[in-house]
Design a protein around this ligand. Structure first.
Ligand SMILES: Cc1cc2nc3c(=O)[nH]c(=O)nc-3n(C[C@H](O)[C@H](O)[C@H](O)COP(=O)(O)OP(=O)(O)OC[C@H]3O[C@@H](n4cnc5c(N)ncnc54)[C@H](O)[C@@H]3O)c2cc1C
Length: 360
């Protein structure tokens, strides 16, 4: 039995807590605010794959995460008695140019081979959900993509963790990391291992132990409309996501802002997204806005996640840098970190290691 401390109760911290608890470890979570008060408390939740070409380790890791997501969230929801909003409904990608159509057609074979016949990648001439004006060259329909409702999913994950005996302490910010320890509430608390999953603001705990600034936040704005699109697939059109959720809600997102004055505020950029989304999907043309939301995506020094042991700081591991794909990768990241803190060796894509991020 190992004792593990986890810093942060977002999707990654809770996925790590869940996996460690299932492996029989004693787990204590410290969260600065409330469960899901970081990027994971939002409304988007697209679980979508990389394109099926130029295959590499991180695409394979993501495929495995997406393939197994249904079982993962079913298990979580079963334990918590809550609903993560998971559904594998697929995705539509309108094709605006002949070149985009040509590339989409070339990827049919790649999808058949790499997705091992489990999921389809088709190129259609049209789809009733998408405005003909944005798909002059057709539309991709792939059946691998899924969605969760992030705020509900983290609530469900927290419920499942508690059902497994995890202690989650809210409003308890960790002030510093030490070897096998954290300082919280003026007290040093020790464990066999500490997993830092502190999202965008959590990098500040790591910076004193690294030669470079380890990461920061990239703001995103998103919103929720009231509209029941049933089991419709999500749409990804030229940077705009339209995600039909269960229960008559549709999420629209997201902006990508490196520079911002107010991390939590929304503005005219979100209104512009609503306008573009309504042009893509006429079924939401008159749907009222019911929520506006903004959060900070945790981005590590380099673009990819930063996972595993921190060199020179014994007993500290990171589950950081979830950036734009954190909700999709959460189950697999949790499993990997649980194996790492148990002392198992885990094959990581090189670009996901701490060492990669610390290269000059
Ligand atoms: C607008 C928007 C749209 C997005 N859409 C998608 C999408 O469609 N699909 C997808 O996969 N991803 C999406 N993402 C990204 C996704 O939300 C993130 O990758 C993911 O939620 C990050 O999870 P996390 O647990 O690493 O961080 P967070 O959810 O930010 O959690 C970190 C937690 O750590 C806590 N914390 C920080 N410092 C401390 C401390 N010192 N002590 C204790 N606790 C601390 C914070 O309070 C926070 O609760 C989106 C993000 C945004 C902003």
């Amino acid at each position: 039995m190992r004792k593990v401390i986890i810093v942060g109760a977002g999707a990654w911290g809770l996925a790590c807590a869940y996996a460690c608890a299932r492996a029989g470890m004693t787990v204590q979570v410290f969260e600065a605010g409330k469960i899901g008060s970081g990027a994971s408390g939002g409304v988007m939740g697209a679980l979508s794959p990389h394109t099926p070409d130029q295959w590499e380790a991180k695409k394979q890791m993501q495929l495995e995460a997406l393939r197994d997501a249904g079982d993962f969230w079913a298990g979580v929801d079963h334990l918590s008695g809550l609903m993560s909003g998971y559904g594998r409904k697929g995705r539509l990608i309108p094709l605006a140019t002949p070149r985009a159509r040509e590339l989409a057609l070339m990827r049919i074979d790649g999808a058949a081979r790499l997705w091992q016949g489990e999921f389809d990648w088709q190129v259609l001439d049209r789809h009733p959900l998408v405005s003909p004006e944005v798909m002059p060259c057709g539309v991709i329909h792939e059946t691998l993509s899924a969605r969760i409702f992030p705020a509900r999913a983290v609530a469900s994950l927290a419920g499942a963790c508690r059902a497994l005996g995890v202690e989650i302490n809210e409003n308890m910010p960790v002030a510093a990391l030490g070897e096998h320890s954290v300082t919280v509430g003026g007290v040093v608390v020790c464990a066999d291992a500490v997993i830092l999953a502190g999202g965008a603001t959590g990098f500040a705990l790591l910076d004193p132990h690294a030669p470079f600034v380890t990461g920061g936040g990239v703001k995103g704005q998103a919103g929720l409309l009231a509209c029941d699109l049933g089991d419709a697939p999500q749409i990804y059109a030229d940077g705009v996501y339209v995600i039909p959720h269960a229960g008559g809600q549709v999420a629209i997102g997201s902006t990508t802002e490196k520079h911002y004055a107010d991390a939590a505020g929304t503005d005219a950029q979100l209104d512009a997204l609503f306008t573009r989304a309504r042009a893509v999907c006429p079924a939401i043309a008159n749907a009222p806005v019911i929520q506006r939301w903004a959060g900070l995506r945790p981005k590590a020094r380099r673009r990819d996640p930063m996972l595993g042991p921190v060199p020179g700081l014994a007993g500290i591991f990171t589950a950081m840098g979830a950036f734009k794909i954190g909700l999709g990768l959460a189950p697999v990241v949790g499993g990997m970190l649980a194996r790492m803190v148990a002392g198992e060796s885990v094959d990581l894509p090189k670009s996901f290691t701490f060492a990669h991020h610390m290269e000059p």
